[in-house]
Write a protein that binds this ligand. Structure first.
Ligand code: FAD
Length: 395
């Protein structure tokens, strides 16, 4: 499986960019010059099985070739695809939506149907509205029942977005366009009431002080593609903290910054802005592409995520399962961390705790959306062990 580098890259479920350069393959792994001291107080996480508020499971819609974004004709409809964004759907949503909206409007139609009310559907619909279109979303589930609502919520634009060597020559440039548009857009969501989008410190904690060159041989059937080198200006490098300058009871600590999405507040704001601008959301299930014939709109944007596998009979969409254990919110925990294959993101709606396995292959091709209690226990107990050794623990 993936090995140390992939595990560190996975911190907080994020890809290279989400890691702020602290655990990627390549140059970003080089230790930062010198050691710095932590300055802020670090509140301990109350990792206790009794503080679990819920456990959720979700499937990332992964395609080796990257998201499907082409245009096809079905009966009298022009269908613009926008699905299969793997572990990067929230992160790439504004950029992918911009490309999909451009394709949808290129024929001159201004009455547009969007299938799906997840991250991709809502952002694409908003962008279409901003371009002057009348938009109706048709979806089986609204946002909070959709898989998007069960995501970690970190900036991770190249997390399980494609397989190395399986994308078209143009894909890397399209990924960069999507990433830059999304990043720019997220900066306009910072500093709002409820913090729909915010920056937080992230710590990578290792029991052994292992440097480059300790990576075991990779036995994965393929590698996930990484594109972080295309946007070095969007990286926020991490620093090694000097021993004794922080309270973590481990051999090595790196601190970086990462952008995160507080999905409860963010998704509600997205939905209400769409509705206030005159958008409509109708509950509807489609069983085959031919069912689109019932729609009055001639242009349809397909944002059905993992649902596209069944709807479009697209078996190139492969599930990558992920389970989140939610601990009761701790507003004083204003950081996230990675420790022993467990990640934490502190959000307003709870502490998002995830066992991420030993690499990005963890959960690959697993379509089981039921809760695994052993996985939850492992994640919470790993944190409990860490914080039981925390100095002056006030658990
Ligand atoms: C555990 C986990 C953690 C993740 N963390 C992150 C993260 O931190 N950052 C990040 O960027 N990404 C993350 N992701 C990935 C992200 O969640 C997905 O890429 C994203 O949610 C996909 O959004 P979507 O809108 O395409 O699909 P969905 O959210 O699945 O929405 C699909 C919509 O289409 C509708 N639909 C589907 N089929 C039909 C049908 N036949 N008829 C009618 N309607 C239909 C659904 O009802 C729904 O409204 C994570 C994923 C998982 C599983």
């Amino acid at each position: 499986m993936g090995g140390l580098l992939d595990r560190r890259r996975l911190m907080l479920g994020a890809g290279a960019l989400g890691l702020s350069g602290c655990a990627t393959r390549g140059p970003a792994l080089a230790p930062a010059p010198g050691l710095v001291a932590a300055t802020e107080t670090i509140a301990p996480i109350r990792a206790d099985m009794e503080r679990i508020s819920r456990v959720t499971v979700c499937l990332r819609p992964f395609r080796k070739a990257g998201p499907r974004m082409d245009v096809e004709t079905v009966g009298d409809k022009r269908v613009v695809h926008n699905y299969g964004h793997g572990g990067s759907g929230w992160s790439l949503s504004w950029g992918a939506g911009t490309i999909a909206a451009r394709n949808a409007l290129s024929g001159g139609e201004r009455d547009i149907a969007v299938l799906g009310a997840g991250a991709l559907g809502l952002t694409t619909a908003t962008l279409l509205q901003q371009a002057g279109a009348n938009v109706t979303i048709y979806a089986r589930e609204r946002m909070f029942e959709a898989r998007s609502a069960r995501a970690t919520g970190t900036w991770s634009p190249d997390s399980r977005i494609a397989a190395e060597g399986s994308t078209s020559p143009e894909f890397a440039a399209r990924w960069e366009e999507m990433t830059r548009i999304s990043y720019r857009t997220f900066q306009t969501w910072l500093g709002l009431p409820g913090d729909p989008v915010q920056w937080q410190d992230r710590y990578v904690l290792l029991d052994e002080d292992r440097g480059p060159g300790t990576e075991p041989p990779n036995a994965d059937p393929f590698r996930f593609a990484t594109f972080g080198d295309r946007v070095p200006d969007l990286r926020h490098r991490s620093r090694v903290l000097a021993p004794g300058s922080h309270p973590f009871p481990v051999a090595s600590v790196r601190r970086g910054s990462a952008m995160q999405f507080n999905i409860a507040a963010y998704a509600r704001l997205l939905t209400s802005e769409f509705l206030m601008a005159g958008g409509r959301i109708e509950t509807m299930t489609f069983h085959t592409p031919a069912d689109l014939a019932v729609l009055k709109q001639k242009v349809v944007v397909n944002c059905t995520g993992y649902g596209a596998r069944a709807l479009w009979k697209d078996e190139t969409v492969v599930p990558v399962r992920g389970q989140i254990t939610w601990l009761l919110p701790q507003p004083e925990v204003n950081y996230g961390l990675f420790y022993n294959d467990v990640t934490v993101v502190s959000r307003d709606d709870g502490l998002v705790v995830q066992y991420v396995g030993d690499g990005e292959m963890f959960g690959y091709n697993v379509n089981n959306e039921s809760v695994d209690p052993a996985e939850t226990e492992l994640a919470v107990k790993t944190l409990a062990d860490l914080f039981s050794r925390f100095p002056a623990a006030r658990l």
